[in-house]
Design a protein around this ligand. Structure first.
Ligand code: SF4
Length: 62
């Protein structure tokens, strides 16, 4: 699921401590997905945040 990274979205991330990157997911092991999903778009960006957040439907909070 793709969602534009709007100012409203950023406020909600802070307000609700939202987590959604692979790095916070229980299935993330050694930079790969334990379920073998292609996860490049779901990982935390190294530099500037992307304009779009790509959510993984199988995200499971650690
Ligand atoms: S299940 Fe989704 S969020 Fe979790 S590690 Fe795999 S690709 Fe990333």
């Amino acid at each position: 699921m793709r969602l534009p990274r709007t100012p409203d979205f950023e406020r909600e991330v802070g307000r609700f401590s939202l987590q959604f990157f692979c790095e916070e997911c229980a299935y993330f092991r050694h930079s790969t997905c334990a379920h073998e999903w292609p996860n490049r778009e779901h990982q935390r960006p190294e530099h500037e945040p992307a304009e779009v957040v790509v959510f993984c439907k199988e995200f499971e909070l650690r």
